[in-house]
Design a protein around this ligand. Structure first.
Ligand SMILES: Cc1cc2nc3c(=O)[nH]c(=O)nc-3n(C[C@H](O)[C@H](O)[C@H](O)COP(=O)(O)O)c2cc1C
Length: 305
């Protein structure tokens, strides 16, 4: 036994950025099992080995303790909903995604970045998890970018790069941040109503570094996350790039004040594009599935991550 705080240890482990996989198998009775796992690691080229760590908490653990074969599906950058499906309520998982069985009956999910069919090579009990080592019997791979996972949130390098290159394309612009602290969002209040903290974009730096520099100059401690909304205001000829950020304290450094997300009244935002953005944030906050809006201040598309 040790005296570590479990939450703090989990959060420290969660600092390690990973991809996301879904581990699948066909149980001896023919039923299908699968769970989301980021404990995947490639291990050896010769023989070709990989590992994943199923936990004792899994409803499917008895199956993974017995099966001879399993498959690893490496999720692609817009499959966060598939990750959530295989990490939450376990009913009817395979009825909600497209898949095909590999030669041993393990489900290979559609649109994944890569997949590996495996025969179990070794199982090692390790505390409250098992290290399951598989020897690769077949694989397929695409040029799709993978889904990333860090600090309990998904990210997509592809979308980040797309947004950053748009943000750096030379149009005069502004950047802002949806800064969350616990269940609250940092909102500015002035005579025109509510707004999201925004500042002039330094084109040389790009949106992320402009914000990082500004936060550090005002001593605001917030970790800046993915781009959340990127739109052009055609009337003004300007571009707005908003990023998500998570503050580590409720200190606002005079940027505004923290308002519980559940009690933000979007009608009080004078700017329509910001009003729509915050309304989306409030909605997506419920499901914790945050998309990326790309478009104009009036119309555009929300890309799921
Ligand atoms: C990103 C992510 C990574 C995860 N990685 C693992 C893992 O490596 N091993 C594990 O046992 N559970 C992992 N989990 C938790 C399981 O996916 C989750 O508990 C799942 O619901 C278990 O399936 P069950 O509901 O059938 O028990 C992860 C969850 C998420 C969201």
């Amino acid at each position: 036994m040790n005296s570590f705080d479990a939450q703090e240890l989990r959060s420290a482990f969660g600092s390690y950025m990973t991809g996301v996989t879904v581990v699948t198998a066909q149980a001896p009775d023919g039923s299908l099992v699968g769970f989301t796992a980021n404990s995947f690691t490639s291990v050896s080229m010769d023989p070709p080995l990989l590992l994943v760590c199923p936990g004792n908490h899994l409803s499917s653990l008895p199956v993974f303790e017995q099966v001879e074969h399993f498959a690893i599906n490496i999720l692609s950058h817009n499959q966060d909903s598939v990750s959530n499906l295989f990490a939450s309520s376990k009913s009817l998982r395979f009825e909600q995604v497209a898949w095909e069985a590999d030669e041993h009956g393990s489900p290979i999910l559609s649109d994944v970045a890569a997949s590996f069919s495996c025969v179990v090579h070794q199982r090692i009990t390790a505390g409250d998890h098992m290290i399951m080592i598989g020897q690769v019997t077949g694989f397929s791979s695409t040029n799709k970018g993978g889904l990333g996972y860090s600090k309990s949130g998904y990210f997509s390098l592809e979308k980040e790069r797309q947004a950053d290159s748009l943000a750096l394309s030379g149009i005069a612009g502004f950047t802002g941040a949806l800064i969350q602290y616990q269940h609250q969002l940092l909102i500015q209040f002035d005579e025109n109503g509510l707004s999201i903290p925004t500042l002039a974009l330094d084109n040389q730096l790009g949106a992320r570094s402009t914000l990082t520099k500004h936060f550090s100059s005002i001593d605001l401690h917030a970790s800046i996350g993915p781009v959340y909304s990127l739109y052009d205001d055609e009337d003004q000829g300007t571009r707005y790039t908003f990023l998500k950020a998570i503050a580590s304290s409720n200190e606002t450094r005079s940027l505004g004040k923290y308002v519980p997300i559940s009690s933000i009244d979007t009608q009080d935002f004078s700017n329509l594009a910001q009003r729509n953005m915050v309304a989306r944030y409030i909605r997506e906050y419920q499901s914790q599935e945050f998309g990326l809006y790309i478009g104009s201040s009036q119309t555009g598309e929300v890309h799921t991550r």
